[in-house]
Structures are given as structure tokens and as C-alpha cells.
Ligand binder design. Structure first.
Ligand code: HMH
Length: 221
């Protein structure tokens, strides 16, 4: 077994794309307090649509874990993810009403549709658990890393956006992402080369979709 983990190797190899996804201009604008509130509202609407589509994806990962993994603790971690999505959906509704944003009849933008279609492909029964759990880890970690950046000591995040940043930037969410990472890493270490390559491709796809997702907040697409 090599000293550097598979995921650590990928993070080094694809550093600039990872930084692009986690230090996007939208996130930087929240952190430096210059964020345009119409961008924030656009992100809120689109992310609500995304999270609704994310629920069946996570349920699909749960199903794969049940069929393919011999570690029952995987189920507990993924189930806690399902539970937190339940809270998250309630939070979106509350946050939307705080901003006067309606969550009915939102038109999903192209980047969002494409991201949701990608999730759907990963739900197919011929996609390995290793590939799906890797994508799941990456999706959650991009948000964790991005929003935690907005809560660092020297950040100027506006008070009214701190709760949003806390949602994904809090310590419990960080630990949950670490738990997902160790499951993914364990799977990757024992995976055959072709599956590991598919998982790496899925990781890169997630980063690209996340960049495009943040780009939607500009409203020029
Ligand atoms: C686009 N990526 C996107 N939305 C989210 N809510 C997360 C990741 C994390 O759950």
C-alpha cells in the first residue's frame, strides 16, 4: 500500500481544477462581502432544485452500499447524509422565504440540468459503488471546503449569509465529509484499475459541474 492515499494523489494532480471549484469568484465574493444579492438568490433557487435531485442519488448510493459493501458502518454514514438532506430541504424553504424567493416553478438552468443528468447516470445499476461513493464524497466536499473558506477568521462574509456558510462549513459537516472520504479511499484502495480510473473521471466531472454551477450565479448563461 502506497504512503500517499489515492484521493490525496488526485487532489495534487488536479489541484487547479479543485481550487477552481472551491475558490470560485462567487465564493470569494461572499467571503470578501462584495456578493451581489441577486446572485445569491439565483444560487439559492438553483441549489434547491439540485438538492431535490440529490436525494434520489444519495438513496442510490445507499442501495449500492447495501448490495456491494460488507461494511455496515457505510450505511450509517450514508443514512446520516439522507437525514441531513431532509433538514437541508426544510432550511431552503425557510431561507427562501427570508429572502422573498419563491421555490415553486423555478426553471432549472442548463448547468443544473446537466449536473442532475450526471447524477442520474451514476444511479444506474451498472455503476460501481466505488464510483458513486467517490462522486458523493466530492460533491459534499466541494461545498464543505467552499463555505468553510467564507467563515475563516479574516473573512468579511455579510452577517445575513453566515447561516448559509455554516450549513456546509460547520465542523459536523466537515467530519461527515471525512467519513465519506475514508469510505471512498477504502473502496479505491481495493478497486481494480479500471474502476479506479472511472472513479477519477467521476471526481473530475464533479469538479467541472461544480464550477459550472457556481457560474450560474452570474446570471449571464
Ligand atoms: C451544487 N453541490 C451543489 N449543491 C449542494 N447542495 C452540494 C454540492 C452539497 O450538498
Amino acid at each position: 500500500k502506497s504512503e500517499v492515499s489515492v484521493i490525496e494523489t488526485w487532489l495534487r494532480k488536479h489541484r487547479s481544477l479543485y481550487v477552481g471549484a472551491t475558490r470560485h469568484p462567487f465564493i470569494r465574493s461572499i467571503r470578501d462581502g462584495t456578493v451581489d444579492l441577486s446572485s445569491f438568490k439565483r444560487w439559492l433557487e438553483q441549489d434547491y432544485i439540485f438538492v431535490r435531485a440529490f436525494v434520489p442519488f444519495v438513496a442510490g448510493v445507499l442501495l449500492k452500499a447495501w448490495k456491494e459493501s460488507f461494511e455496515s458502518t457505510d450505511i450509517d454514514v450514508i443514512l446520516s447524509g439522507v437525514a441531513s438532506l431532509n433538514d437541508e430541504i426544510a432550511w431552503f424553504k425557510k431561507e427562501a422565504s427570508k429572502w422573498g424567493v419563491s421555490l415553486i416553478n423555478i426553471v432549472p438552468q442548463k448547468a443544473n440540468q446537466e449536473y442532475c443528468r450526471f447524477l442520474e447516470r451514476l444511479m444506474s445499476s451498472d455503476v460501481e459503488y466505488t464510483v458513486a461513493i467517490t462522486a458523493f464524497w466530492a460533491i459534499e466536499s466541494v461545498y464543505q471546503d467552499s463555505f468553510a473558506h467564507c467563515l475563516e477568521d479574516d473573512s468579511k462574509t455579510p452577517e445575513e449569509l453566515k447561516e448559509t456558510c455554516q450549513r456546509w462549513g460547520n465542523d459536523g459537516f466537515r467530519q461527515y465529509c471525512r467519513a465519506l472520504q475514508s469510505i471512498a479511499e477504502r473502496q479505491l484502495e481495493k478497486a481494480p484499475d479500471d474502476v479506479r480510473e472511472k472513479a477519477e473521471a467521476a471526481f473530475l466531472d464533479v469538479l467541472e459541474h461544480e464550477v459550472e454551477f457556481w457560474n450560474m450565479s452570474h446570471g449571464d448563461t
